[in-house]
Design a protein around this ligand. Structure first.
Ligand SMILES: Nc1ncnc2c1ncn2[C@@H]1O[C@H](COP(=O)(O)OP(=O)(O)OP(=O)(O)O)[C@@H](O)[C@H]1O
Length: 624
């Protein structure tokens, strides 16, 4: 987010106050009463003692105390007027901020942003009012106390003023660095809250996709940076406590320590008690309020004002003021960015591990259908995890609709359906609408079920409001539910990571074709059967030494592995091989790896066993 070219909040604030000088003057005049009351706090007490109680004249003593009490009453009236003046100062500021915010919201047609920003305006208004009260109170209280000390005896001022000034100087010196630390802390806090806002509602999916570790690592990073920011803030906060102790408590200690010397030098006992009253009743609380009020609220106000008065970012990416819309824009209209762009992706499962992906580049247009094929263990699921943003590549970039896949902008733009379909105990309706924040019309749900091939199960269970008990469903039925749920989501990019492996070839074909036909929908299928590849617009053949991307017939001509796989019908296990840019055919020498043909043959056996097991599953469930 970039600031607009206008002046910063401090300069705007000064300009704002200058334009409202009559109100400021009224505020000052009413605040003078506060000075008078503070002055009387010590002065009346000193004279009540010296001229009254210590002199044996209780009436005079009580008279001075009465004068002090009267001062309190008058000051209370003044405080009431001060609040009015503060309101006259603060409300125009609020109105002006609301005008800006609503104007911006109307320009961007973002109602949510208006609501959020007007809440921030309220925070700004309250904080500003608090700041005016606290700083004004400190100035007039300190003036009253210092004048009072001087009137009682200049020696008292000599003891109190130096530590007070030192404390104020130290406090002022901490203002800027502390404001910076506070802003860093707030940013870290917001980033963590943003991460949690994305992760928490999606916990079921995180568990379903087995992405707990990656998500936890991400959150750990967010927690660590907030922890570091909080530590830095706390360290600077110590200086603030030192400032308070120097300016507020040290004068008290000095008054007590120098008490005998002061009395020997002509300070009366009443004046000493009056000075103690000034320090404990006036200066210390006023300084305390200033340090805590101006210190914390001042930085908060500066941050809120900066945000409120900044112009919104030019691009959708990284926007802090507008939330990601529920229906990603890309699904609603044309965007020049490709649906998926991978550039120079490299990924290894550890610093010393062989890379699973190596310099992979690929671009998918909107609506394109890609099948990813290759032997087991070659990195297909790893690639799916990276494309879905669950894994972070060591180098390279993944963009969905032109947005970084792990950024907030890409949330809701892709959906990953893993092999282990996740179905939770609840109604079918709950399960199917899980990825939609808006209510899904029944007709749409039934149409999706029909398209994917879930309709017979819906019927058998007794409709959308029937309970889906995960352990009473076959693996294939669970996959159909997960597929229909993803189909109903607004995500334009669907990634099927062997998500149809428990379906028979006909059911698999139906589900894949339904996804491929979604308007504006882009499909990446980690293929379980070669028939998936035949249906795709393009096929990425991952085999480490020769990774190729092309149309089915092109690959048949160019890739021996692809020809073998076409003969096999199922995949099997394969040693880990590096993946290269699919548009280049650069061999990556890997000593000691078995030849491609050997393991492809081994795969056929494993694949056949899996097919038999699937059939058993379906028969047991009575599905076929
Ligand atoms: N969490 C992990 N930690 C370490 N290594 C991993 C991890 N997950 C996968 N691997 C390794 O990375 C390589 C690629 O695994 P991946 O699951 O991406 O392959 P695949 O092509 O999808 O295999 P399959 O077809 O059997 O699902 C394999 O060698 C695997 O052992």
């Amino acid at each position: 987010m970039k600031p607009s070219a206008g002046p910063g909040p401090y300069r705007r604030g000064v300009r704002f106050l200058r334009r409202r000088w009559p109100v400021v003057l009224r505020l000052v005049l009413w605040s003078v009463l506060e000075t008078g009351q503070t002055f009387l706090t010590g002065y009346a007490l000193a004279h009540a003692l010296d001229d009254g109680f210590l002199d044996g004249d209780e009436a005079v003593g009580l008279g001075w105390l009465g004068a002090a009490a009267l001062g309190v009453l008058i000051a209370a009236y003044g405080t009431g007027q001060v609040y009015r003046a503060v309101a006259d100062l603060v409300e125009p500021m609020r109105d002006s901020l609301v005008r800006q915010v609503v104007g911006r919201g109307l320009r961007e047609a973002d109602g949510a942003a208006v609501s959020r920003l007007t809440q921030q305006v309220e925070i700004a208004r309250d904080t500003f009012a608090g700041l005016v009260m606290v700083s004004r109170s400190f100035v007039f209280t300190a003036a009253g106390a210092l004048i009072g000390l001087f009137s009682l005896d200049p020696l008292l001022l000599l003891v109190v003023a130096p530590p007070l000034v030192a404390g104020i100087v130290l406090f002022v010196a901490t203002l800027r660095p502390l404001a910076r630390r506070q802003e860093e802390f707030l940013v870290a806090d917001e980033e963590l809250a943003g991460q949690l806002g994305v992760v928490c509602p999606g916990l079921r999916d995180v568990a379903a996709a087995g992405a707990e570790q990656g998500v936890a690592e991400d959150l750990d990073r967010g927690v660590a940076s907030e922890y570091a920011a909080a530590g830095a803030l706390a360290r600077w906060g110590i200086l603030r406590t030192v400032a308070l102790a120097t300016g507020g408590q040290l004068p008290l200690v000095l008054l007590l320590a120098t008490g005998p010397w002061l009395l020997d030098n002509g300070v009366t006992p009443g004046a000493l008690v009056g000075a103690l009253a000034y320090v404990t009743q006036a200066l210390l609380p006023a300084l305390h309020n200033l340090v805590h009020g101006l210190g914390t609220s001042g930085s908060r106000l500066a941050i809120v004002l900066r945000r409120l008065t900044w112009d919104p970012p030019e691009t959708a990416e990284g926007s802090q003021v507008s939330q990601v819309s529920q229906v990603p824009e890309a699904s609603q209209g044309e965007s020049p960015a490709p649906a998926l762009h991978l550039s120079s992706l490299t990924f290894a499962y550890g610093p010393h591990a062989e890379p699973v992906l190596n310099d992979l580049g690929l671009t998918l247009a909107r609506g394109e259908h890609l099948a990813v094929v290759g032997p087991s263990g070659i990195g297909k699921s790893t690639m799916a995890g990276i494309v879905a943003g669950l894994l972070e590549p060591d180098t390279g970039d993944v963009r969905v609709d032109g947005l970084p896949v792990r950024g907030a902008g890409a949330v809701g733009r892709r959906v990953l359906i893993p092999q282990e379909a996740y179905v939770f105990t609840g109604t079918l309706r709950d399960n199917l609408s899980y990825l939609r924040a808006d209510p899904v019309p029944e007709r749409e749900m039934l149409a999706a079920a029909e398209a994917i091939g879930l309709a017979p199960l819906v019927e058998r269970l007794g409709g959308l409001d029937a309970e889906a008990a995960p352990d009473e469903l076959s693996a294939g039925e669970r996959q159909l539910i997960a597929l229909t749920r993803a189909y109903l989501s607004y995500a334009p990019l669907a990634i099927l990571d062997e998500a149809t492996c428990h379906l028979d070839p006909v059911a698999e074909s139906r589900a894949e074709r339904a996804f491929a036909a979604r308007p504006g929908g882009t499909l990446v299928v980690i293929a379980h059967r070669i028939s998936s590849a035949r249906r795709a617009d393009r096929v990425l053949v991952m085999d480490g030494a020769h990774a190729l991307c092309g149309r089915h017939d092109e690959l048949l001509a160019r890739s021996p592995l692809y020809r073998d796989l076409n003969g096999a019908g199922e995949w099997g296990s394969h040693p880990s091989l590096a993946l290269r840019d699919p548009y280049r055919v650069d061999p990556v020498p890997r000593p000691g790896l078995p030849g491609d043909r050997g393991h492809v043959v081994a795969h056929r056996a494993v694949g056949q066993m899996e097919a038999v097991r699937d059939l058993g599953d379906r028969r047991a469930a009575g599905g076929e």
